[in-house]
Design a protein around this ligand. Structure first.
Ligand code: FAD
Length: 320
């Protein structure tokens, strides 16, 4: 049976996040030829709605309100539930991001629905769709099928390829929702300055661990990341030692990333770190201990001192 599937698009600093397009592609598969309806919630999102509709959504519904400028569980919950009540969907797709991980279970519990979270691939379509997701911190994968009720998913960024951008686009309409009784209204967000590339969507990540030994030790890693147009990441060991900010932590209690290239320098490869990066497409590990656990998940392992190896890699990449 074909389904009507709602997809929550996500924007950051005035631009749609790539995972929104990936979520539309996932929804197409889940819909099995049915209708894919994008949902954009914010303060002023008409232009973004047009863009979202060009990536395969049949329609896009916007909910705009000054109190929805910044994500809050309460505000976005009210807005999204209003769309659900209007549309009565048979499927829903969210991004497995901080916002999606917060909102999807909330909506699922309101609807008394199950939720398949952190999906990395989908096989088949419509009622036959099977969802693949990592379990036990990425040590194994399970295949899940929704037999009854709403096909409700969160998808991990950087795993499901988006559709090509089309020429036209589906209809964009607005739903007016009275956002009331909010427990929090965010007045202003002051962001810590970062070096540009969003870690959770970066195609290349150069990550350092306790082996980097100091905040200054991260400089050669930053140079390599900049050269490759990538982002810096870190193990919790490096964050605990105050070499870098916790916002860069990758792993079970940090960010989950799936870049095309993950370079791990001076990281031992504890299971909690692997949980956040082992699905990266190509993993290069640099460690002076040949027995380090990180080599078990690495596609390429370099046994050596990172302070020699990283500058050598930078030099070689510069020649390309
Ligand atoms: P270490 O284990 O100390 O490894 C340092 C490595 O650097 C060693 O392998 C060493 O051989 C190598 N090295 C040293 N000098 C050099 C050099 N000059 N050149 C090359 N290599 C060198 N960790 C995370 O990363 N992310 C998480 O989200 C996370 N969540 C956790 C949640 C819980 C509940 C718990 C209990 C732990 C969690 N941890 C997490 C911590 C995790 O268990 C490890 O302690 C941590 O990942 C170790 O960081 P590390 O690999 O940088 O340090």
């Amino acid at each position: 049976m074909s389904k009507k599937v709602l997809v929550l698009g996500e924007a950051r600093e005035g631009a749609l996040r790539n995972v929104s397009f990936e979520a539309i592609a996932a929804a197409k598969q889940v819909s099995g030829g049915g209708e894919v309806v994008g949902v954009l919630i914010g303060d002023s999102v008409q232009d973004l709605a047009q863009e979202l509709s060009q990536y395969g959504a049949d329609r896009v519904i916007t909910v705009e309100h000054p109190h929805l400028k910044t994500y809050t569980s309460d505000g976005f919950g009210q807005a999204f539930m209003a769309v659900v009540e209007q549309e009565n969907p048979e499927g829903m797709v969210f991004a497995h991001t901080a916002n999606g991980k917060d909102l999807a279970p909330k909506i699922a519990s309101k609807l008394q629905s199950g939720l398949v979270s952190d999906v990395t691939a989908i096989e088949g379509e419509g009622d036959d769709a099977e969802f693949i997701r990592p379990i036990y911190s990425g040590k194994a994968f399970e295949k899940v099928r929704v037999k009854d009720g709403i096909a409700f998913l969160t998808i991990r960024p950087n795993n499901i390829p988006p559709l090509e951008k089309g020429e036209g686009g589906g209809d964009v309409s607005s739903l007016s929702v009275d956002i009331t009784n909010l427990r929090t209204i965010i007045q202003d967000v002051v962001r810590k300055s970062t070096d540009g590339v969003d870690l959770s969507e970066a195609k290349v990540i150069v990550a350092g661990g306790r082996g980097v030994k100091s905040a200054e030790g991260f400089e050669p890693l930053k140079e390599l990341a900049d050269l490759l147009g990538g982002a810096i990441g870190a193990s919790r060991g490096a964050c605990d030692a105050d070499y870098v900010d916790y916002s860069l932590q990758i792993g079970q209690t940090g960010k989950v990333v799936t870049p095309d290239l993950y370079i791990a320098a001076g990281i031992s490869g504890a299971i909690q770190h692997l949980a956040g990066m082992s699905n990266s497409k190509v993993i290069v590990a640099i460690n002076k201990d040949p027995e380090a656990n990180i080599f078990k998940v690495a596609d390429y392992g370099i046994v050596g001192d990172l302070f020699e190896v990283v500058p050598m890699l930078t030099e070689e990449f510069r020649k390309m």
